[in-house]
Design a protein around this ligand. Sequence first.
Ligand code: SF4
Ligand code: SF4
Length: 68
Amino acid sequence: MAKLTFKEEICKGCGLCVNACPKHILELSTTHLNQKGYSPVKLTKPEECIGCASCALMCPDCVITVER
Ligand code: SF4
Ligand code: SF4
């Protein structure tokens, strides 16, 4: 299984990675904001991640790191 890490504090909640994920397992948090006041992205079903890295490639701020 791929391991994803998020630099949550620099996420601006733009949602580009959410739309890029073919497995539809990323979503913006509805429960908390980061220090900049944005809803950070989170992985809802880690076990379904195929490690394609589309999310990491799409993110303009290099928030996401994918390790396979
Ligand atoms: S690596 Fe691929 S499957 Fe996993 S969360 Fe990112 S876009 Fe989705
Ligand atoms: S991780 Fe990147 S692409 Fe995804 S919402 Fe945050 S800033 Fe946008």
